[in-house]
Design a protein around this ligand. Structure first.
Ligand code: IPM
Ligand code: MN
Length: 362
């Protein structure tokens, strides 16, 4: 199979982890006889520095023509004081919008070997395996342009959603639940926000189309608490853009580190974008110690969702799991009796395992 992949390293550790993803894809290419071709494009702060634009047109065009896009991370203190249109995050939000990536899937699955690395008690996280389905191209992130009023003494951010925008993400979540444990938790703030009341109505309307899925509603504050006190109660969680942003960082600690959490951002028919849920970690950038696993697991999601290569995706996932089980970890994780390795060592271990004759463990 021949596939065109666009690489968007971005900023901070983005470059290092994209390099890891590329090495993993090289190994998959060889082992399974595929041809992957790459184009590397600028986004985020790197693009601001080079082109005075966090999302150059050329980047958007390349992504639109690709089969899939891999993104590292954007942002850093260097650009913190830039005006809005020159902020790295604009690049990320812009590409999500340009490719209509409305559905962000963030699976959170604890690895047995890492349970004790979580800040939660082992017996609490044990058995947790959930998927956050976050709406990604609407809500307060994309309202009318935010503005300061009254000589800078007041501010407006607006939250807008259409029925169609809500329906498609809610459908996606129901369908994801059908492929998992058939339990859907819809998270909102219906006791305060009109947008949440509308969201809840649509979830209720949709229930009859998916009779095999059990649905419950949670207010976002209660959901935040239950994620910590009883995470194994969740299967699929669906929520709007900003709640999903916050809850997915919170949920990521279940796995011991944000450095383990992959994500897929999907459109209705076009290209998908895959990125770790972590940020650009400027404090450790360039030191060779970043955890490449969230990026590598995002690459597995790319193979599965955009290229339909399921065996290959499983090969990557089981190789990551095998290395974690062997006790290998990067500096972000504190593993009892573990073997701490660098970004490149971790990548090489995973690559070697992919290429080895070891059977894929299920
Ligand atoms: C994420 C990030 C982004 C977001 C930022 C960098 C704009 O936190 O992907 O979760 O808020 O969506
Ligand atoms: Mn976030």
């Amino acid at each position: 199979m021949e596939s065109k992949i666009v690489l968007l390293p971005g900023d901070g550790i983005g470059e290092e982890v994209i390099d890891s993803a590329k090495q993993v894809l090289d190994a998959i290419e060889k082992k399974f006889n595929h041809t992957f071709t790459y184009q590397t494009k600028d986004i985020g702060g790197a693009a601001v520095d080079k082109h005075k634009n966090p999302l150059p047109d050329d980047t958007v065009q390349a992504c639109k023509n690709a089969d899939a896009v891999l993104l590292g991370a954007v942002g850093g203190p260097k650009w913190d004081n830039n005006p809005t249109h020159l902020r790295p995050e604009r690049g990320l939000l812009g590409i999500r919008k340009a490719l209509e990536l409305y559905a962000n899937l963030r699976p959170v699955k604890g690895f047995a070997k890492l349970l004790h690395a979580s800040p939660l008690k082992e017996e609490i996280i044990d058995g947790s395996d959930l998927l956050i389905v976050r709406e990604l191209t609407g809500g307060i992130y994309f309202g009318q342009p935010s503005e300061r009023r009254d000589n800078g003494n007041a501010v407006v951010d607006t939250l807008t959603y259409t029925r169609a925008e809500m329906e498609r993400i809610i459908d996606k979540a129901f369908q994801s639940a059908q492929l998992r444990n058939k339990k859907l938790t819809s998270v909102d703030k219906a006791n305060v926000l009109e947008s949440s009341r509308f969201w809840r109505e649509i979830v209720e309307e949709k229930k009859s189309e998916y009779p095999d899925v059990t649905v419950n509603h949670e207010l976002v504050d209660a959901a935040a608490m239950k994620l910590i006190t009883n995470p194994s109660e969740f299967d699929v969680v669906v929520t709007e853009n900003m709640f999903g942003d916050i809850l997915s960082d919170e949920a990521s600690v279940l796995t011991g580190s944000l450095g383990m959490l992959p994500s897929a951002s999907l459109s209705e028919s076009g290209v998908g974008l895959y990125e770790p849920a972590h940020g650009s970690a400027p404090d450790i950038a360039g030191k060779g110690i970043a955890n490449p696993m969230a990026m590598i697991l995002s690459t597995a999601m790319m193979l599965r969702y955009s290229l339909g290569l399921h065996t290959e995706a499983e090969r990557i996932e089981s190789s990551v799991e095998a290395m974690v089980n062997e006790g290998y970890h990067t500096a972000d994780l504190h593993v009892k009796d573990g073997k701490q390795v660098t970004t490149q060592e971790m990548t090489q271990l995973i690559v070697d395992y992919i290429q080895s004759e070891q059977l894929v463990q299920s």
